[in-house]
Write a protein that binds this ligand. Structure first.
Ligand code: SF4
Length: 456
């Protein structure tokens, strides 16, 4: 039996890609191993959003090169956002890598894996969907979704991004927006539901862009994210739907209303603001103003007062002044986000910012601004979690071990509670938990005793 190990860096989209590749490898007769020392095929699924993530991949590749030079026999594949449309430079710099694969384009890896195991041409052709280069066919081919490993699953609905924010490498590596047909997505969700999944998260770099590039139907209507919500609402077995990442300009009233009106869709928004300064947003070419962002947040909160709103912020972008950073601080304080993911700017080669905007904010200033945002995050998360004290919250159980279960609320908060009996430990079950203690990062409580929905 041949073995593989996939090391995944970066976002949920990468995690979804790795699961799909793993499913393809399993169909070729491979099985996954925890330790890459035991693997015949090692895959590194890379992230380029920040220099730190690329450095980690380079460091791992260096270790594998050393192992190869000491006689280690394995194939090495590198996939994901570090791999652009042209790989000549990468091939020259890293000649020991056997195969390079762009995000979602795994066929080359499966080909190498198939050759290594002497899988017949016919078998490989079936797995690849019989259409050379058609990666969608591979992903959609019946049976290649991969059996889910738990009650939650990621479902990519749109690949790529058309926004070209000045600092961001994603459109250059993942290509333009490319929506999957709605029927394929609903088929995949049905398949997942039949195999025990109760919560799906619909993924896209800008998930509300879903459908922009699809043909209109006979009535002249184009599917959008709300269309997917409606379709999934009718699929038996699915209890919850999440979606990320949002882009303020694409977030229509129709989509916000669908989140409010569809019972399975969780009121949990991930909307990166990136900066609270008008001039900084303009230099980032984010395509919206602070006022537009705040108007979207106000609309969400007027329809769903309990909605969780998570955001991303980048500090220390080229030319960021004290005043611009103060505007960001003011926005974060008046909005009170549930979670703030903060990162210090690092130039990504190939982007507009790396070519045209000097990285002129000193490292110590970036670090200090990072700490200011982290402190605002900790304070607002704690305040929001405190409001759950003494209340009953609906939790979908994701893990259960040694009498303790863990799951998430509809707003995405992590909840730990005593399992108490078969119901409290059954993965994928929705239970009510009474919250008795909170930290900024999680809630703790006990089973309230009644199921909020049917036990599936
Ligand atoms: S919206 Fe901007 S930051 Fe987000 S993936 Fe697209 S280019 Fe990158």
């Amino acid at each position: 039996m041949s073995t593989f190990h996939i090391w995944t860096l970066g976002c949920q989209m990468n995690q979804a890609d790795s699961l799909k590749l793993a499913a393809g490898l399993e169909q070729l007769g491979y099985h996954a191993v925890e330790d890459d020392l035991e693997a015949d095929l090692v895959v590194i699924n890379t992230c380029s959003v920040r220099q730190h993530a690329e450095d980690r991949a380079y460091s791992r590749m260096g270790m594998l090169k050393k192992r190869r030079s000491l006689g280690g026999e394995f194939k090495l594949a590198v996939m994901g956002c570090m791999v652009g449309p042209k790989t000549d430079d990468l091939r020259k710099r890293f000649p020991y890598v056997d195969v390079w694969a762009r995000p979602q384009e795994f066929d080359g890896i499966l080909q190498v894996a198939g050759d290594y195991r002497d899988v017949s041409e016919g078998e490989l052709g079936t797995l690849l969907g019989g259409a050379e280069g058609d990666t969608h066919t591979f992903q959609m081919a019946q049976g290649t979704y991969g059996l889910p490993k738990g009650p939650t699953a990621y479902v990519p609905v749109i690949h790529g991004c058309d926004k070209f924010c000045t600092y961001c490498i994603v459109p250059l590596r993942r290509g333009r927006e490319d929506s999957r047909p709605a029927a394929d997505i609903l088929d995949e969700v049905r398949f997942l539901a039949e195999h025990g999944v109760r919560e799906v998260t619909l993924l896209g770099q800008t998930v509300e862009a879903y459908g922009h590039d699809l043909d209109a139907d006979a009535n002249g209507e184009r599917p959008d994210l709300a269309t997917l919500f409606e379709g999934i609402d009718r699929i038996d077995g699915i209890s919850r739907v999440r979606f990320l990442t949002s882009y303020p300009k694409d977030m229509t009233d129709r989509i916000i209303d669908a989140v409010a009106d569809q019972p399975k869709v969780c009121e949990h928004f991930n909307i990166p603001v990136q900066s609270g300064s008008e001039s900084m947003l303009a230099r980032m070419r984010r395509g919206y103003t602070v006022a537009m962002f705040e108007e979207r947040v106000a609309r969400i909160r007027s329809r769903m007062p309990d909605a969780a709103i998570v955001t991303d912020v980048i500090v220390g972008c080229p030319g960021e002044t004290e005043e611009e950073f103060a505007d960001t601080v003011a926005l974060l304080e008046r909005t009170e986000f549930d979670i703030i993911h903060v990162a210090a700017y690092s130039p990504r080669p190939g982007t507009y910012a790396a070519r045209n905007m000097p990285d002129d904010v000193p490292a110590e200033v970036k670090k200090a601004r990072l700490q200011v945002v982290e402190a605002i995050h900790a304070a607002s998360s704690e305040r929001i979690n405190q409001r759950a004290l003494g209340r009953e919250v609906e939790v979908l159980i994701e893990q259960s071990e040694s009498g303790r279960s863990t799951g998430r609320t509809r707003q995405g908060q992590l909840v730990h509670f005593d399992a108490m009996g078969p119901v409290g430990s059954r993965l994928g079950t929705l239970v009510d938990v009474e919250i008795s203690a909170v930290t900024p990062w999680s809630l703790q409580g006990r089973l309230a005793g009644s199921l909020s929905l049917s036990v599936l």
